[in-house]
Design a protein around this ligand. Structure first.
Ligand SMILES: Cc1cc2nc3c(=O)[nH]c(=O)nc-3n(C[C@H](O)[C@H](O)[C@H](O)COP(=O)(O)OP(=O)(O)OC[C@H]3O[C@@H](n4cnc5c(N)ncnc54)[C@H](O)[C@@H]3O)c2cc1C
Ligand code: FES
Length: 255
């Protein structure tokens, strides 16, 4: 992991309160990122927002030499980030955490399940799986039509189901409703989203192997502060999401 300043190449709103941020990076660094890893962004250089904000890698474009993150404006930190302009420098720690270990898995069909701000990391994951000739199906859950993003992008890589809580886009309900209704063929699943969603998915798919990615609140992002701990299913009692995760095998942590 290293700390460096990167140039902002572009910044745009792509859905309700949802920002796509493109960062310029060199080939050597870009080629080292795994899907599921995150970057830890310092919001500004003053005394305000001293803590960094963790945001997952949503895409890497090797040709254009761009790393993309997609984030939702929640509080002061992400609101300040949304106001940045192309050409400005951003202080980042990269790459952070452990990603999805897809190179170690024998896999032919994958099911990706994302909810809200858990959707972005699944895009880069889907891209890497497709590169490995894995057949990818995706289920994306959003609150309303205004929150939906990247439906076409996921559709280009395989079957993509979208569900919204109020039915204003796709089917009405939750990602778990799609899992229940559709006939889905897969040998591994990968999921990222709010804890309640991950728990429901885990219960529903308890006979399948899979990986989940947690987006806990974080402090240091480098294993030093214990702000991000979750209960572990093994003897180690707890895991630090920032260094042991954010990707875990299902049942490795207690949600
Ligand atoms: C590994 C990891 C990857 C992440 N990837 C993404 C991503 O790709 N896109 C994205 O939009 N967000 C992502 N997040 C969440 C993102 O880091 C937080 O939304 C952000 O730090 C909030 O900062 P803030 O200053 O805007 O909000 P704050 O002012 O700190 O909080 C504002 C409100 O948001 C809530 N909140 C803050 N952080 C979280 C969180 N992690 N989970 C749930 N609620 C929270 C707070 O409880 C509060 O209600 C990720 C988090 C982690 C740990
Ligand atoms: S954020 Fe500090 S230990 Fe994980």
């Amino acid at each position: 992991m290293e700390q460096l300043k990167v140039v902002i190449d572009g910044i745009d709103f792509i859905a309700n309160q949802t920002v796509k941020l493109d960062l310029r990076l060199d080939l050597e660094r870009l080629s080292k990122f795994q899907p599921g890893q995150f970057i830890h962004i310092r919001v500004n250089h003053g005394t305000e927002h001293m803590l960094r904000r963790p945001i997952s890698i949503a895409n890497i474009d090797i040709e254009k030499q761009i790393l993309t993150v997609i984030f939702k404006q929640f509080g002061d930190g992400t609101k300040a980030l949304a106001q940045l302009q192309p050409g400005q420098l951003l202080d980042v720690l990269i790459p952070c955490g452990n990603g999805y270990p897809i190179d170690e898995l024998k896999i032919s069909k994958a099911l990706l399940i994302g909810g809200g701000i858990g959707v972005p990391p699944l895009y880069y994951l889907a891209k890497k799986l497709v590169e490995k000739d894995v057949e990818v199906s995706t289920i994306l859950g959003f609150q309303t039509k205004d929150d939906v993003f990247y439906h076409d992008e996921f559709n280009r890589m395989g079957k993509c189901y979208v569900t919204t809580n109020d039915g204003s886009y796709g089917s009405k309900g939750f990602v778990t409703d799609v899992i229940e209704k559709e006939t889905l063929d897969f040998d591994y699943y990968f999921s990222c989203g709010p804890k309640a969603m991950l728990k429901a998915v885990q219960n529903q798919l308890n006979h399948f192997p899979g990986y989940i990615s947690l987006e806990e609140r974080m402090g240091c992002g480098i294993g030093a502060c214990y702000a991000c701990i979750v209960s572990s299913a093994d003897k180690s009692k707890y895991k630090k999401v920032c260094v042991d995760g954010p990707v875990f095998k299902v049942n490795e942590v207690i949600l």
